[in-house]
Design a protein around this ligand. Structure first.
Ligand code: PRX
Length: 633
């Protein structure tokens, strides 16, 4: 069947085929990639264990598909345009030939440092081309990369390294983000003494910062590079061999290592990039995410490269040197497709329209949003002021666990509603369920969002803990993948994500588990117990509101908040800082000791008139005391 989608009618017929004959549909898509050996079965699955296997026994390498197969036609095409943090510094451009050369060489560096198929490698790098080269080199030798966002603390790095027993870490001396100096090697040095699995640390000298190199463990990227040759035969992987681990927060416990495998991920990420954005070969694509998050993995690294695209890699932040930086970069590099996050849109909108006034922006053709619900005001500003009312917005809903976009308006089909993810991608079968797990049929309804049929880029497991994978995603509703999101289906059958229905907070598009933040707060010597909830925040989407019980009288609450936030930054990272705190004497708990966050959320939202039933609480009077004592810092 012809899978091209140019009109909404095309979409409807491709969608129908993809759900009636999912295996044929995905096999058609997979046929557009390069395989050393084809699969024996397209799909084997059950959501009970769960076991999900796509394209089993196929042999290939994702980097062959990202790089080698483009070289004869597109070797001199630019793969990446690197825009430095400081606009007066030089732009770096890498052609497909040059990127291939770098990846092959660095793959040989990894091998020379003892890395082989299946080993775990931690990557803690700024947004420089070497971050992408390191990821691709891992994939080329069959090592599993675990990228840790460079805003995470040393404690978070060591937790992640230890969880997946990484044997090598790749970092840099440091970088600048805006005018802030970030000393990455120092942070890694603090993490590594508690990481016995690490044998080697490869350091990219990015800024000539003064750093310590531990003899026997630490080696420089450049000197290792000089020792190896550039020929590298990729490791021929099975489609179901792991590609990467990416840690993400959930309702409970420590962050989970979401595991993705090579084949299905490649097929769906490559396909979705092309389809969602209606990508054409001459277009310049810019995704503003960091490679430390899944959006960076799928739509800076793998998706664009699989399509031989030219994309921007941006080292800086949207407000440096001023709040016009995004628009300057778009004009400077004539960006056609611009994919960013609602939090960035809201913060730039709040700075005022004057930063847009002198900008041309006429190169823009498609805009994209990802990571959190986008409010109507931000959607219209993006559409009218940035897209000049001529660019469709693709509001892509997906998750670290889904690997690729699941629901979105497809660019240029001309059907969109502000704040709506609209309709599922071909091959994706969403359903809404009620609390009892029954499917909610019809339109004009709301429920919990589940997916009822596997898709190729779905996570296969939680690294080292398959039981947790089963419990987190497949136990709430039998035979369904539960997303953790609430969702509306409107009268016309279009979908709108309403946000998390579990204890995950989404701050500026970063997923944060309430439990992780509470554990950090509880480490303060005066704290007995705490409970953290989200509240609506104009810029960040959600802010963090903490209810804290102390065993001593706190004289200076502002100072106390600074101390608690220092601990939170050290344990997790600065992006998890508390926005508001309220000191309380007790927390609302059920008779079984569970904190009733629903009630705390209402108080944090300032909605104290509709708190609802408190009769199941051990001591309902606690709620009145908290309400009466609302003094927030
Ligand atoms: O709540 C949804 C929200 O972000 C969550 C996934 O976060 P993460 O795994 O960090 O991945 C973010 C980037 C793919 C989802 O469960 N979310 C993501 N995209 C949207 C969204 N909420 C509403 N609209 C979106 N477009």
């Amino acid at each position: 069947m012809n899978l091209a989608i140019k009109t909404y009618q095309d979409y409807l017929s491709v969608y129908k085929y993809s759900t009636q004959e999912p295996e044929n549909f995905w096999a058609d898509v997979a046929d557009t990639f390069s395989w050393k050996q084809k699969w024996s079965n397209v799909l084997e699955w059950n959501f009970k264990e769960p076991k999900i296997e796509w394209f089993k026994n196929a042999k290939f390498n994702i980097t062959y598909n990202c790089l080698d197969r483009h070289l004869s036609e597109n070797g001199d095409k630019i793969a990446y345009i690197w825009e430095p943090n400081n606009p007066s510094e030089e732009v770096r451009k890498l052609t497909y030939n040059q990127l291939h050369f770098q990846v092959c060489k660095f793959a040989n560096v990894l091998k020379a440092n003892g890395i082989k198929k299946g080993d775990r490698v931690c990557i803690y790098l700024p947004m420089i081309p070497e971050a992408l080269i390191a990821m691709l080199a891992c994939a080329r030798v069959g090592a599993i990369h675990s990228v840790v966002f460079a805003g995470f603390s040393s404690q978070s790095i060591s937790d992640r390294i230890n969880d997946s027993q990484c044997s090598l870490v790749i970092t840099a001396d440091g970088s600048f983000r805006g005018d802030k100096k970030v000393e990455l090697k120092k942070i890694v040095d603090e993490a590594l003494p508690s990481c016995p699995s690490i044998k080697k640390c490869i350091v990219f000298n990015n800024r000539n910062f003064d750093i310590n190199m531990l003899s026997g463990r630490d080696v420089f990227w450049h000197s290792e590079f000089a020792k190896v040759d550039e020929l590298n035969e990729p490791e021929w992987m099975d489609a179901e061999d792991p590609l990467f681990i990416l840690y993400t927060s959930g309702s409970t416990g420590k962050p989970k290592g979401v595991l993705h495998t090579c084949g299905g991920y490649m097929v769906m990420v490559g396909y979705s990039f092309q389809t969602v954005f209606n990508f054409e070969p001459q277009q310049i694509f810019w995704c503003t995410a960091d490679v430390g998050w899944v959006t960076g993995h799928s739509y800076i690294v793998y998706g664009p490269l699989l399509n031989a695209a030219t994309s921007i890699v941006f080292e800086g932040i949207p407000t440096f040197p001023d709040a016009g930086r995004f628009w300057d970069v778009i004009d400077k590099h004539q960006v056609n497709i611009f994919y960013t996050a609602p939090t960035a849109i809201r913060s730039l909108m709040a700075m005022g329209d004057e930063f847009l006034e002198e900008k041309n922006l006429s190169s823009l053709q498609v805009l994209g949003s990802v990571g959190e619900p986008i409010n109507e005001e931000a959607w219209y500003w993006f559409h009218d002021k940035v897209g000049k009312e001529k660019c469709p917005i693709v509001d892509t809903w997906w998750q670290t666990e889904t690997g690729a976009t699941m629901m979105t308006p497809i660019a240029k089909l001309g059907i969109a509603k502000p704040g709506y993810a609209m309709y599922p991608m071909p091959g994706i079968q969403p359903i809404l369920v009620n609390e009892k797990g029954e499917e909610i049929l019809g339109n004009g309804v709301e429920g919990n969002l589940c997916i009822k049929f596997p898709w190729p880029s779905m996570s296969r497991s939680v690294y080292g803990d398959h039981n947790r994978f089963q419990q987190t995603y497949f136990s709430a509703y039998p035979n369904l993948y539960f997303t953790g999101d609430g969702c509306k289906r409107d009268e016309e059958g279009f979908y709108r994500i309403t946000g998390r229905v579990d204890d995950v907070i989404n701050v500026s598009g970063h997923r944060i588990g309430t439990g992780e933040v509470e554990d950090a707060i509880n480490d303060h010597e005066c704290v007995v117990e705490s409970a953290v909830v989200a509240y609506p925040h104009d810029i960040k989407g959600q802010g963090i509101y903490a209810f804290i019980i102390c065993d001593k009288l706190v004289d200076d609450v502002n100072q106390f908040k600074i101390e608690v936030n220092k601990i939170v930054s050290e344990r997790i990272g600065a992006f998890s800082k508390l926005d508001k705190i309220q000191l309380v004497k007790a927390l609302p708990k059920t008779r079984s000791g569970k904190i009733m966050r629903r009630i705390l959320r209402k108080i944090a939202e300032g909605d104290i008139s509709s708190i609802g039933d408190t009769s199941t609480l051990l001591d309902p009077s606690v709620v009145d005391k908290i309400k009466a004592g609302v003094v927030v810092f």
